[in-house]
Design a protein around this ligand. Structure first.
Ligand SMILES: Cc1ncc(COP(=O)(O)O)c(C=O)c1O
Length: 345
């Protein structure tokens, strides 16, 4: 997509003089929907090609590029559920606020799935909790991986949903990098969202929402049409396409796992999330790191989370390791401050 747009803008095919939005008139590839650049609502050209490529890579029946974050994908999926008659949705208490907000906006009854908080970390729901939830609600939503790097019990959930004939949707805001693996949300869910901008090299807000089967294509299309912007950003869309096509970086995956072992990080499931307990020293550790120009993803009062991607350099991990060696590590204090993103816990 980017190459094509560049060629058009550089006048290699025709001159390009902007009498259209955006108001800056010409800044990089930030154009709008023009004759040659396709329309995201009814794509037939370069955007259709990008969405098809993305769907093929993600093993989806249909994928939609989003420039409004995973939040838009979650609203779209829940809207699709509602169109198919779902009235109540079960989801873990620590789900992202967009899940709560979408339920509120769409009039879906939330059925909260309890989670054990162990060592200050909200854990993925148990099989028993999922079974009970599937009996009470019309559909199930899980987050995988979660903010702390734990995978949801997706194959268990898929089987429970199959038995109860309930749809399963997955919030994969933190899991796009898993599309290379069998731990990918798309292997289990009817519909799922990829927060491409979080764990793959896409611009902030770049995301994808997908469905597995034809039956969900119509409702999800309606959902996306209802919630996504009518002024999609081309730089974001191009970056999402490129990020999904970005090659796997197994060197950094191995380096991350070795780092976790060497520094006693929490044994979670996701190489991109290095979770280290600092306890009463968490705030001091964050300050010291930031003074050295190193910014963690979050500090929940107990743990600092270091968020990696295929673009993280091994030299950056080495620098982090050097600084960590000089920092005090404490013991857990209370439940900690569960990260801001959830309003449930
Ligand atoms: C688990 C989870 N789901 C959804 C979202 C929403 O993603 P976005 O900020 O891309 O809209 C977030 C954001 O942090 C999140 O952590």
């Amino acid at each position: 997509m980017r190459l094509y747009i560049r060629e058009m803008l550089d006048g290699q095919r025709t001159p390009h003089i902007s009498f259209h939005t955006p108001g800056h008139k010409r800044s990089g590839e930030d154009i709008t929907e023009l004759g040659y650049s396709d329309s995201l609502l009814t794509p037939t050209g370069v955007l259709l090609a990008a969405e098809r490529d993305v769907a093929e890579i993600l093993r989806a029946r249909r994928s939609f590029l989003l420039t409004d974050g995973s939040t838009c994908g979650i609203f779209s999926m829940l809207y699709a559920l509602k169109l198919r008659g779902v009235r109540s949705l079960a989801f873990p208490v620590s789900s992202h606020r967009s899940v709560y907000n979408a339920c509120r906006a769409l009039g879906l009854e939330p059925v909260l799935i309890p989670q054990e908080v162990r060592e200050g970390i909200p854990r993925q729901p148990t099989e028993e909790a999922l079974s009970a939830a599937a009996e009470r609600a019309d559909a199930l939503l899980l987050t995988s991986p979660d903010y702390y790097g734990f995978l949801a019990p997706m194959s268990v959930a898929k089987e429970i949903c199959r038995i109860h004939a309930k749809p399963l949707v997955i919030d994969g805001a933190h899991g796009s990098h898993l599309h290379f693996t069998d731990m990918y949300a798309g292997n289990f869910a009817d519909m799922w969202v990829d927060g491409v901008h979080k764990s793959l090299p896409a611009l902030t807000q770049g995301a994808v929402v997908s469905c597995k089967a034809e039956a969900w294509e119509g409702p999800l299309t309606e959902g996306v049409k209802t919630f996504r912007t009518t002024s999609p950003s081309y730089p974001i869309m191009a970056s999402v396409e490129e990020a999904v096509k970005f090659p796997r970086n197994e060197d950094i995956e191995r380096a991350a796992e070795a780092f976790k072992r060497a520094f006693g990080a929490v044994r979670n499931d996701d190489w991109t999330k290095i979770l280290i307990l600092f306890g009463e020293h968490a705030d001091g550790a964050q300050r010291a790191l930031e003074e050295s120009g190193v910014y963690p993803e979050f500090n929940d009062g107990n743990y600092l989370l270091f968020y990696l991607s295929p673009c993280t350099k091994e030299s950056e991990l080495e620098l982090l390791g050097e600084i960590l060696k000089g920092l005090s590590r404490g013991t857990r204090i209370g439940a900690g401050r569960i990260p801001i993103y959830s309003e449930g816990v």
